[in-house]
Design a protein around this ligand. Sequence first.
Ligand code: IVH
Length: 690
Amino acid sequence: MTTMPQSRVHELHQLINQYNHQYYVLDEPTVPDAEYDRLMNELIAIEAKHPELKSIDSPSQKVGGQALKSFSQVTHQLPMLSLDNVFDLADFNAFVKRNKDRLLTSKSLSFCAEPKLDGLAVSLRYEKGMFVQAATRGDGSVGENITQNIRTIKSIPLKLQGVLGKDYPEIVEVRGEVFMPKASFEQLNEQAKKRNEKVFANPRNAAAGSLRQLDSKVTAKRNLAFYAYGLGFVGESITDTEQSTDVLAQYFSNSHYQRLCQIKALGLPMCPEVRLLASEHDCEAFYQDILTKREQLSYEIDGTVLKVDDIALQKKLGFVARAPRWAIAFKFPAQEELTVVEGVEFQVGRTGAITPVARLKPVFVGGVTVSNATLHNQDEINRLGLKVSDTVIIRRAGDVIPQIVSVVLDKRAENATNIVFPATCPVCDSKVAKAEGEAVLRCTAGLFCGAQRKEAIKHFASRKAHDVDGLGDKLVEQLVDEKLISTPVDLFSLTEIQISTMERMGKKSAQNLVNGLIQAKETTLAKFIYGLGIREVGEATAANLAQHFLTLDSLKAADSETLQQVDDVGVIVAKNIVNFFKESHNLTIVEQLADIMSWPEIVAKEAGSLPLEEQTFVLTGTLSQMGRNEAKAALQLLGAKVSGSVSKKTHYLVAGEKAGSKLTKAQDLGVKVLTEEEMLTLLKQHGIDV
Ligand code: IVH
């Protein structure tokens, strides 16, 4: 059934108005931007085809917000506009062509290229050089008076630099974006979580929520920032009401880029990534460059904005209802999308943890097609209030695993069903239990459970453990299913003939695996301990245990107290280790493995002989070349202490990408901050191969 354009237009008006209200007024969006953009583009397309359906109150004709009742209102002397969007090069080229056609020119156009900052638009008014008023965009004509709150933003000057009448006229309105840097956003949410308060969905919401506080003391506590991206009304005299082109020309350049530089010279911050591009052909490279830098930037952006640089041409091109013709937002692929949870399956992990995994209607988000998302545990499902068949917002940013952000309750289907956790293990049907204080449900069968057995063997063979050449996850599953192996010990008695009967395994690959297993027999004590897969004993802890106990026998014999003397080992990890070696089934496997495998003796390190002894490091953010655990283990090998939190006692903070509150804290405390590169150099200096 096809909907009549008229009723679809009506439907679109209602939806877009509702989403606008949630986004601009309540600061609580319920659908991702991508969905909003699609609806708006659909409306614009229908209106282009059926001009009779384009009404003056159409959402396509205005900007989203509406002034909040509680702030006083400000009528903008010049309207604050929005931007049209494109998502690919073809549409960007079409934008350029439209403009050239309109200008009757075939010459290249120069562009001022800017990141599209993800915050909220404000207009700052300076009279005789003094900051007198700030307003939000509101509906484009009338915004909210947020002067008091803007005064709390440190980077916004209360007085302009330069000389009145020479560098700037009596009235200058500067427009730009107020935003919250990523690190401040993370810090704010961390604090909110601790206090059991509502967390903000993203830095944009946090910025909007912080700016629209009726009590400016609250705003003052939030770390907000501002970048200018243009001029608003400019007047010769305080009483001017009509924008005069002459005044603009007298004080400001005829290049948009140069104007931004002039605004910067007046003391307002300008985004350091802004560039002047000689031609439209440079725009794509700028877009790609900013996309690559995106994760490293300390603030959130969702695309680029490309503006015809020549002000005279801007004037010729003019505006359509809600946006200038001379500028376009060339947006990045959406990091948030809508999809439907078609079902929930339960996976059993190495330690028996039963993890609910949402099976999604495949959706393209953050540059890849996503069809699964982990739901972590029951608490997470409760927090989301998720049911099967729900429409959800899924987010995939950078290389982070996809997350379900929230449920779109408005779209809940009548037949949505509750998610019920299994009463027994979905793989081996054994009892399941939740340990006290833990959110995770676990299968209690240990290595008797097929799933745990498979995962234990995969872990044993994995790269960071014994790195068995030729033994992939699929093969482990087949070997267990065919009952050829049930513990890592069995791997070592596999024959070439047995292996070659497996699917897709020829003689060559069977030989390869047998050789791989022979090589794997020679290992180190640290890898041996790690390969056992004791709960919460990662690589770094295993290395510390090996270094501390020197032999497997003394580790096996250690009690909880002794274990806790080891770096990194607290009560819980100690308990896990003791419990592991208490289990006779595990002991048998460990002994058999120790008979088959061998490792060099470890020589105890004398105190004072290690180069980084007495030095405390904290690692934060994403380390791109070396995992955080690896870096930790390497630093510990050199004698350093690696701690989880920054304090006055910290000597170095290693800050990777997207470093958050720890970086801010280290800077506050004057702790030396190292980049990942600097840490790698340090490791290399001390003979650690990286
Ligand atoms: S120029 C007349 N430049 O995007 C053109 N806007 O979608 C007005 N934005 O309301 C906007 N970065 O809040 C411009 N470099 C930039 C921007 C930018 C972010 C926001 C701004 C605007 C919205 C339109």
